[in-house]
Write a protein that binds this ligand. Structure first.
Ligand SMILES: C[S@@+](CC[C@H](N)C(=O)[O-])C[C@H]1O[C@@H](n2cnc3c(N)ncnc32)[C@H](O)[C@@H]1O
Length: 254
């Protein structure tokens, strides 16, 4: 023990010892397992969105908020009319229709400066800034432009740990490594309390949340977890988020 104390006083040894302590820590090891578990789940968001669109006939209208590299999802979405919004924070090329934030997009849309403010989408995919107040605003705006039988889909609703649910996107020195779900779960949970929408969360790809005005994919719940504490969410996530499998979703929607 004395030797360890002495070595800790010397910078290079300190980094090695602290590094080993960090990598061997049981909590760190558990989070690595959860990272692997989540990334091995299927299907991914694209299949779920395409499934929801496939029930809407030949003429479908899709909006994606937050696109990054369109090869990862947007380009694979099967809809006859598609629009994309992204201010280009994470992907320099940013090949989207509307190079702006979602707030600016909805403001311009409502002022009839872009598209047509009578437009209604079959699916709106919210995957922009993953902070609860922004996601909540995106949901409020999306509800105005979604068809009555359409679906609002949200990525990253089911963070495995508090590290995935951190507020700071760019801080990677946590057991979640580069994975980030932000605080989207809080906005989704807030909408789970709202009896004017039905909701569920498909337990795959970091939680694919779905909201609908008319399709009963899950009844709202009585408000819980008033301080949006992660531990309480973690212990009750199945009920709070109405976590279901993709097969169950198909059974309900189909
Ligand atoms: C997680 S990525 C999107 C991934 C993509 N939807 C997919 O499925 O592969 C988040 C994107 O949101 C964008 N973004 C950041 N802030 C935004 C905002 N306020 N409004 C819209 N998009 C935003 C970022 O530039 C980034 O490209």
């Amino acid at each position: 023990m004395k030797i360890k104390q002495l070595l800790l006083a010397v910078a290079p040894f300190k980094y090695v010892i602290k590094g080993f302590d960090y990598l061997k820590d049981p909590y760190y090891v558990d989070v690595q397992k959860l990272n692997r578990k989540e990334t091995s789940k299927s299907p991914v968001r694209t299949e779920i969105i395409n499934y929801l669109l496939s029930g809407k006939g030949d003429k479908t209208c899709y909006l994606e908020i937050g696109v990054r590299n369109p090869e990862k999802n947007f380009n694979h979405i099967k809809a006859s009319e598609k629009y994309s919004v992204d201010p280009g924070v994470e992907f320099k090329e940013n090949p989207v229709d509307f190079k702006m934030t979602s707030d600016a997009f909805f403001e311009k849309l409502s002022a009839n400066e872009i598209l047509n403010n009578n437009i209604k989408f079959d699916v709106i995919f919210i995957d922009g800034l993953h902070l609860a107040d922004q996601v909540d605003r995106d949901i409020i705006n999306a509800l105005q432009y979604i068809k009555d039988d359409g679906f609002i889909v949200l990525h990253d609703c089911n963070p495995p740990t508090e590290f995935h649910a951190r507020e700071r996107y760019g801080y990677y020195f946590t057991p979640a490594n580069g994975f980030w779900n932000g605080t989207t779960w809080k906005a989704f949970l807030k909408w789970r309390f709202n009896p004017t929408v039905y909701s569920c969360c498909v337990d795959t790809d970091w939680g694919v949340g779905i909201l609908s005005k008319t399709v009963n994919i899950g009844e709202s719940i009585t408000p819980v977890n008033p301080f949006f504490e992660f531990t309480e969410f973690d212990q009750n996530r199945k009920a709070y988020m109405n976590l279901i499998s993709f097969d169950k979703l198909k059974e309900i929607v189909g």
